[in-house]
Design a protein around this ligand. Structure first.
Ligand code: PEP
Length: 248
């Protein structure tokens, strides 16, 4: 599994049923580019529809509530996501940590709930520009991961990490290949310590932050980059597939 680059589109709060044609196009192309594992995380309203259309691509969600059910108006549980066809959930995205004030404790409760529901998780981490400029990026990112990496036996099958420097998300600015390589190497070392080298080797570390068809090949060939979490460029099949082709 770890040898196959994992290319995940995070549609964020974008997409109505009109986007299903993009999902179909992505799915058809993914059948031709089997070297990469391709997935999308549409908004909740489209998960079931994309799941029904998709033969090849994986479908996931962008968040979940930590509880299994109950009086939580407007929330969605991991069990509901699995029932709708989701196979994974993105947790700890900086837009949720920031705009929704999500703490590591809350993220950990969501992780537990997602794993209980049989979902795989994509755990996001990443530093602000201030932290990068003050030389504390690595300490901060490893701290986020130390706080949240689940202590489970089957991390190889269930856990993916996404390193997404906040200042590179949606800005058109990407980290340098050297910065990506050095952060991914530090994350790999932590994964080795947490899961042991054998399990760790199967846990992919995705890079996210303004990945597009032009920069994807270089980013994806950087050591320890096991794929990409793609926001803006995943909203059209054409640009997303440019990244899938670069990974193939
Ligand atoms: C993201 O938000 O996960 C992301 C990587 O966004 P973008 O590709 O638009 O920077």
């Amino acid at each position: 599994m770890a040898d196959r680059p994992y290319i995940v589109g995070n549609w964020k709060m974008n997409g109505t049923r009109a986007m299903l044609s993009e999902a179909r196009a992505i799915d058809r192309a993914a059948q031709r580019y089997m070297k990469a594992e391709v997935a999308v995380a549409p908004p909740y309203t489209l998960i079931h529809a994309v799941h029904r259309e998709a033969e090849q691509i994986g479908v996931g969600a962008q968040d979940c509530h930590p509880g299994a059910e109950g009086a939580h108006t407007g929330d969605i549980s991991a069990t509901m996501l699995a029932d709708a066809g989701a196979k994974f959930v993105i947790l700890g995205h900086s837009e949720r940590r920031g705009a929704h004030g999500e703490s590591n404790d809350l993220i950990n409760a969501k992780i537990e709930s997602a794993l209980d529901a049989g979902l795989r998780i994509i755990l996001c981490c990443g530093e602000s520009l201030e932290l990068r400029d003050s030389g504390k990026a690595e300490e901060f990112v490893l701290g986020q991961l130390r706080a949240s990496l689940p202590k489970i036996e089957d991390a190889a099958e269930r856990v993916t990490v996404a390193y997404e420097p906040i200042w590179a998300i949606g800005t058109g600015r990407t980290a340098t290949l050297e910065d990506i390589a050095s952060m991914h190497a530090a994350i790999r070392k932590l994964l080795d310590e947490t899961y042991g080298p054998e399990q760790s080797a199967e846990v992919r570390i995705l890079y996210g932050g303004s990945v597009n068809p032009d920069n994807a090949r270089d980013i994806l060939s950087t050591p320890e980059v096991g794929g990409a979490l793609v926001g803006g460029a995943s909203l059209s099949a054409e640009s997303f597939l440019g990244i899938v082709v670069a990974a193939s």
